[in-house]
Design a binder for this molecule. Sequence first.
Ligand SMILES: Nc1ncnc2c1ncn2[C@@H]1O[C@H](COP(=O)(O)OP(=O)(O)OP(=O)(O)O)[C@@H](O)[C@H]1O
Length: 299
Amino acid sequence: MTPSSPCADIDVQALAFGYGKQPLFARFDAQAGQPGIYGLFGRNGSGKSTLLKLLAGLLTPSAGQVRVRGHVPRRRAAEFLSQIYILPEEFHLPNLRPDTLTRTHAAFYPQFDHALFGDYLAVLDVPPRQRFAQMSLGQKKKAAIAFALATQTPVLLMDEPTNGLDIVSRAQFKTLMARPEQACRTVLISTHQAHDLESVLQHIWFIDNGQLVLGAPMAALSAHLQMGVASDATQLPGAERLLYQEPVGQQSAWVARRASDTEPGLVQLELLYKALSFNKSAVLAALPASMAPTATAPA
Ligand SMILES: Nc1ncnc2c1ncn2[C@@H]1O[C@H](COP(=O)(O)OP(=O)(O)OP(=O)(O)O)[C@@H](O)[C@H]1O
């Protein structure tokens, strides 16, 4: 078990949960000790949405401890609820307009910023005076994103926020996430769209087999892993460093342990995701135990 951090916004210790007899999480540990944007990755069915619901207090752990800003989420204390917002993948909006939604719903969030809400709606091209029933799915999703961001809660959980958004809207979403008003929040975003958020994510969480197999700051990852494209076999890293390769047209994209004589480069999330999916144990073994707590060092 990872030592508990008293300052962590999110602190999960030895969490166990399953919907039926089959456990989904068994002794799951994760900490978000500092504000920032955390990307939550994992295969379909790995438990990302379930974890977000456990953190929001919508599900009850069968064992272990979940704390969010010091609160036990399942108790649903009023003070806790004013500090967290969850945007689920599927949501219901009352048949109001964005500008009237705030009259009924913003009061639950003491730091709700009406000016920011108007600004976010404008950036995302959401008509502020159109009823939700007359909006497209993507427009409704963008209105819900604008509301979630405007709550300014210290903790924000978002489940697949860019699903159903067009290419321009995805870029606008990324711009909003990079704005300074999000910087003091702990934002946990479950996504399969690694490209959408690559430049704004500060931390990566990767779930597999009921465990957090990778939890690391992006910047720290690039100190250990290196990625690139080789036009032929002579440009590939040596077998002792190479962790993953895949064809890209006539070339090969690759992931390797970083060579000590090279500068840390950019982490390409999609490539990292595939390397983790296809060669998990080798990739994790290339990282320190603080980032990959479940990895076993190679013999
Ligand atoms: N209400 C439920 N009742 C029973 N089983 C459920 C329920 N919700 C989810 N599950 C199961 O729990 C597992 C994890 O589901 P979850 O939705 O958390 O995964 P996910 O990582 O978010 O998946 P995806 O990437 O496909 O959205 C899946 O096997 C799913 O079938």
